[in-house]
Design a binder for this molecule. Structure first.
Ligand code: SF4
Ligand code: SF4
Length: 509
């Protein structure tokens, strides 16, 4: 393994990993569900447009939703069957958002509708063609952010890009889907990353995983030896939360901080999750679009914690049943990890491309809003913030509705990691305030943009009306002038005729 100097990022926490139970057995596969409700919003960006109707027959992998622009993603049938209702349902989103979902009732025979696998060495294929195939397959980042992968793979155009970072640093407690993927499919991850390097036209890949993931390290090292590709470097990073955050990880690997309003590519790096690389491998090897993912089902309220491969659109209840059901007692259901996840009220919510973990906690572990006390200005939140922010200041302005002040305190640099909540002795739900403030500011900026557009349209209309009026006035004045000129001409002619007649009369008398 290549020796590498690692760096650090500010703040962060050492958290108990809590992963032993769910990594004690191999990844399992969910039995075919009777039905799925596939959300048409499973990615960052615009909602996909449905392209099927009730009664249509679909195969596993048929397109059922078309991307609406580059900042969107195709959605595919995740089981073969018959399309049922298409209706708005609550999806796994922190806002409790509803979105259109396509119901598919399962067929006994699961017919596949995949694109043809790549029939030649990917290195012989034009990167643009491969990128388009990634877009067609609806692949999005599987680390949780769900950003369309094809869009991220266009960074090749930027000549400053030099390094692909494969993110296997799964630092949040409980979540272990990436660790299990690396343990069981290390070779596929590497081959997927090789095709990403070809698409990006670069020759360097750093694979980051945490030094305490011994079995995953062994598997990745073995795959690296089998592949014998000198462009890859395995980088073992310290287990520190939130090391798996894109900005923090790149800072650890490069020693460089990504500018506040910039992107990793601004300093030459591009980060993809290991699960995304495996999905790209599946696509080129088998033609399979993105229809399922590994979900960690875990927590003290789950009978048999484990990692499960499940088709998108499966209900959380199906995953819980597969994991032996819930243990007695009241429970709190969280989608995502304990630090960045969000609570959902129902198990009848479909899982989607961004859903990496279903965590069930005893109710007593839940932070109660009425347990909170005033901020005592201890500064603990500031010391753990990986983005070097002042959470207590952000909290003050978010709470007192001085939202317009928040961008001055770099609210949008907050990665919502929850470190500040974790250490706050006053039990303040700081991150919830920051999420609310971001959503509110975004909403206001949209409203402002809409009102600016309306004002511009009004001003343009006023100017157009004024211009039309001026043109009408000018035309009228022109017509009046022409009439006057014609009258003048007529009277000149009549006068000339009169003068001629008078002259004639004078001559003849
Ligand atoms: S940790 Fe909590 S109490 Fe301490 S300064 Fe931050 S917000 Fe205030
Ligand atoms: S949630 Fe935001 S403010 Fe709080 S520690 Fe994380 S990055 Fe800093």
């Amino acid at each position: 393994m290549t020796a590498l100097t690692l760096h650090d990022f500010p703040g962060g926490l050492s958290l108990p990993p809590n992963k032993a139970q769910q990594t004690a057995q191999p990844i399992s596969t969910l039995a075919l569900p009777d039905r799925v409700w596939v959300p048409l919003l499973q990615h960052r960006g615009k909602l996909s447009r449905p392209c099927v109707k009730r009664g249509d027959k679909v195969g596993l992998g048929s397109v059922i939703g078309l991307a609406d622009g580059a900042f969107s993603a195709n959605v595919h049938a995740t089981i073969a069957g018959t399309v049922g209702r298409i209706e708005s349902r609550v999806i796994a989103h922190r806002s409790g958002l509803s979105a259109p979902c396509v119901e598919i009732l399962a067929d006994r025979e699961q017919a596949q509708d995949f694109a043809a696998p790549l029939d030649t060495d990917f290195r012989l294929v034009d990167p643009n063609i491969l990128r388009q195939r990634v877009a067609d397959a609806g692949i999005v980042g599987l680390g949780g952010a769900s950003f369309p992968t094809a869009l991220k793979l266009t960074a090749e155009a930027d000549q400053s890009l030099h390094t692909l970072v494969l993110n296997g640093a799964e630092c949040a407690p409980y979540i272990s889907c990436d660790e299990m993927l690396m343990r069981e499919r290390a070779g596929d991850i590497m081959r997927g990353a090789q095709s990403m390097l070809h698409i990006l036209q670069i020759n360097r890949c750093m694979i980051a995983l945490e030094e305490d993931k011994v079995l995953a390290i062994d598997a990745m090292q073995q795959a690296l030896e089998d592949l014998s590709d000198s462009r890859f470097t395995l980088c073992l990073v310290h287990a520190k939360y939130p090391e798996g955050g894109e900005r923090q990880l790149i800072q650890v690997l490069s020693g460089k901080e990504i500018p506040s309003d910039g992107l990793p590519v601004d300093i030459g790096y591009l980060c993809h999750n290991v699960g995304t690389a495996a999905a790209v491998f599946d696509l080129f090897a088998t033609g399979r679009p993105l229809t399922s993912r590994i979900v960690t089902v875990c927590g003290d309220g789950v009978a048999q914690p484990q990692n499960v491969i499940a088709p998108f659109g499966t209900s959380i209840q199906s995953l819980l049943d597969h994991a032996g059901g819930l243990l007695p007692g009241s429970h709190r259901l969280i989608v995502g990890g304990p630090m960045m996840g969000f609570t959902v009220d129902s198990t009848d919510v479909p899982i989607d491309k961004g859903c990496n973990c279903i965590l069930v906690m005893p109710e007593e572990n839940a932070r109660q809003l009425n347990d909170t006390m005033p901020c005592i200005r201890c500064g603990e939140c500031e010391t753990v913030c990986p983005a070097s922010l002042l959470p207590q200041q952000l909290y003050y302005h978010a709470r007192s509705s001085h939202l317009e002040r928040l961008p001055d305190f770099h609210l949008f640099d907050c990665i919502e990691c929850g470190c500040c909540d974790y250490v706050c002795p006053s039990n303040l739900p700081l991150t919830q305030y920051f999420r609310y403030a971001k959503d509110e500011l975004w909403f206001r900026s949209q409203q402002q943009a809409r009102s600016n557009q309306a004002r511009e349209r009004y001003e343009q209309r006023e100017q157009r009306l004024l211009r039309q009026q001026q043109e009408r006035d000018a035309a009228r004045a022109e017509r009046q002038q022409a009439t006057r000129d014609a009258k003048q001409k007529q009277s000149d002619i009549l006068a000339a005729v009169a003068r001629a007649k008078a002259r004639k009369k004078g001559d003849s008398s």
